[in-house]
Design a protein around this ligand. Sequence first.
Ligand code: FO1
Length: 307
Amino acid sequence: LIVVLAGGVGAAKFLHGLAAAVPPDEITAIVNTGDDVEFYGLDISPDIDTVLYTLSGRVNPETGWGLAGDTVACLGALNELGEDTWFRLGDRDIATHLVRSSLLRSGLSPTAVTAELASRLGVRSWILPMTDSHFRTFVQTDAGRLPFQEYFVKRGQTDVVKAIEFEGCETAEPTPGVIEALRSAAGLIFAPSNPFVSIGTILAVKGVRQLIESRSYPSVAISPIIGGKALKGPADKMMSSLGHDISAVGVARLYQGLVDVFVIDNEDAGLKPEVEALGFRVIVTNTIMRGLPERERLARDVMQAIR
Ligand code: FO1
C-alpha cells in the first residue's frame, strides 16, 4: 500500500499519475479537510472533490477543480434570492454536495460518505478524509481571523498571513483507516501541496506526525515550490510571511524527520547540495504535471525512490 498525503489540485494531479503507475487499489490518499465549508446547508469538501473528480476523469481541466463543462444556473438563482455567491459552485458539482450532505445527515461518517462517492464515481483508490472530526483552517491577517475559503476564494489570497490556526485540532482524531494506512504503508508520499494548509493540517491531526516520525518505510516529498514560486495557491506568500525561505530548501526544512527523499524540479537543480546537507536524498526531475504522461512519469520516479 502506497499512502499519499494530499491537498487539492497539485495532489490530485500527482495521484492521477500514480494511479497510472501502480494499481489504483494499492493507493490510499489521506486528504486535507481543513478547507471544508458549508453553503446553503450543503457540506462541501473541496480537496476531497478535487481528488475524486481528477481520478474519475471529470475535473475541469482549466481550473483543476470543479467539473468539466459545468454551468452556474443554480448560483445565478441563488444570487437573485440575495445569497452570497462568491464560492463558485457549479450546477453538476452541487449534485455531489447534495449527495454528501444527505448521506451525512443519514448518519454516515465523512469517511463512509467519501468511500460511497468514490465508488459511485468509479474511483478505485482509497480516498480518506484526514479526520471525521470537526477541523477548520483559519488564517490571521490584518483583516482579522478569516475562515480559509474567505481568505482563499472570496478575498483572493491578497491578505498577508501572519498565523494559521486549526479549529478543532486539539480534539480531532485520525480515523481508524488513517491510522491503519500510516502503520501498514509500504511507502509514504507527501504530494506537492501547500506545506501549511494542506499537509500541515494532516500533520496537525492528533498522533499523525508521531506515526510518520516512527515509520519503518520510506517517505518521499515532492516540492510544491519551483524556482521560488508556487505553481498554484499562496504557498510561496505564506512561506515568506511565516518566516521561511521561499524555496524547495525552505519546504525541506519543514519536513525534516518526516521525509527521507526530497524531489525538486530541474529548475532548482542548484539547490540539491543544500537539501542534501539537511539530510535528505535528493531527486532532481521535471515536477510540472501538465498532462497524464508527465504525471505518470513523475509518479514512476517517486515509486523508484520508494523501492
Ligand atoms: N476555488 C476558487 O478559486 N474559487 C472558487 O469559487 C472555488 C469554488 C469551488 C467549489 C467547489 C470545489 O470543490 C472547489 C472550489 N474551489 C474554488 C477550489 C478550492 O476552494 C481550492 O482550490 C481549495 O480549497 C484549495 O485547496
